[in-house]
Design a protein around this ligand. Structure first.
Ligand SMILES: Nc1ccn([C@@H]2O[C@H](COP(=O)(O)OP(=O)(O)OP(=O)(O)O)[C@@H](O)[C@H]2O)c(=O)n1
Ligand SMILES: Nc1nc2c(ncn2[C@@H]2O[C@H](COP(=O)(O)OP(=O)(O)O)[C@@H](O)[C@H]2O)c(=O)[nH]1
Length: 223
């Protein structure tokens, strides 16, 4: 199998399971999972310059300006040059995709196609542990103790932008912005789309696809 470092992206609307799928890929293949939303929320908590600027956009379910998120991601990617990585939530627009093009050639783009009603239901039941970015769902993967993070014992919160009004705006904006990005990757032959309402059913196909590019951490072959 090629030893080239994997450069992969997971695309999909809010609630489509990007974070869930990326976490599984990261664990199974030892890849770095880089979530743009998580970096932005960390900056907001730290009240950094980027965080202060980004806060107003996230609260309204809007995208932060391209140059802001691009500079955050380029800084993070620079630190990970010698590792396999997987991007979650970036690129979100054609301008962001073009910026990413300037620093790497993508090997794989995974596109999650999930019905609108399913997205709305999932987001209203999503709870997160803000410090780590761990994601729970009151039906799909509830915490051991209601409202409490399994690992740290700290309280879980619901994101402001998971409230119904913000969700509708986010989903509409996603469609508009993502269309040219999906077209670009399709035209390059790197796009792989997966449709369905359950992550557990999509996951085996994603696993097989990623296995064709990187060796799983726990496979017999790897031991
Ligand atoms: N390239 C990006 C990525 C994220 N965001 C902002 O960060 C928020 C949260 O991003 P993320 O965690 O990726 O969330 P969504 O995909 O919107 O939802 P999710 O966790 O639900 O993927 C977005 O709504 C948006 O305001 C952005 O402006 N530009
Ligand atoms: N009911 C259900 N919830 C899921 C499924 N897959 C993921 N989730 C939950 O749906 C929410 C959105 O998933 P997440 O991975 O955060 O999606 P993202 O917004 O695309 O990153 C989270 O609360 C997940 O725990 C699934 O197959 N069924």
């Amino acid at each position: 199998m090629a030893s080239k470092l994997l450069r992969a992206v997971v695309l999909g609307p809010p609630g489509s399971g990007k974070g869930t799928v990326c976490q599984r890929i990261a664990e199974s293949f030892g890849l770095q999972h880089l979530s743009s939303g998580h970096f932005l929320r960390e900056n907001i908590r730290a009240k950094s310059e980027v965080g202060v600027l980004a806060k107003q956009y996230l609260e309204q379910g809007l995208l932060v300006p391209d140059h802001v998120i691009t500079s955050v991601m380029m800084m993070e990617l620079e630190k990970k040059q010698s590792q396999h990585w997987l991007l979650d939530g970036f690129p979100r627009t054609l301008v962001q995709a073009e910026a990413l093009d300037r620093i790497c050639d993508l090997d794989l783009v995974i596109n999650l196609n999930i019905p609108f009603e399913t997205l709305k239901d999932r987001l209203s039941a999503r709870w997160i542990h803000p410090a780590s970015g761990r994601v729970y769902n009151m039906e799909f993967n509830p915490p051991d103790v209601h409202g409490i993070d399994d690992i740290t014992g700290e309280p879980l919160i619901q994101r402001e932008d998971d409230k119904p009004d913000a969700v509708a705006v986010r989903l509409r904006k996603y469609k508009e912005a993502a269309k040219p990005v999906i077209e670009l990757y399709k035209s390059r032959g790197v796009l792989h789309s997966f449709s369905g309402t359950e992550t557990n059913k999509i996951w085996p196909y994603v696993y097989t696809l990623v296995s064709s590019k990187v060796r799983p951490v726990h496979s017999k072959e790897a031991n």
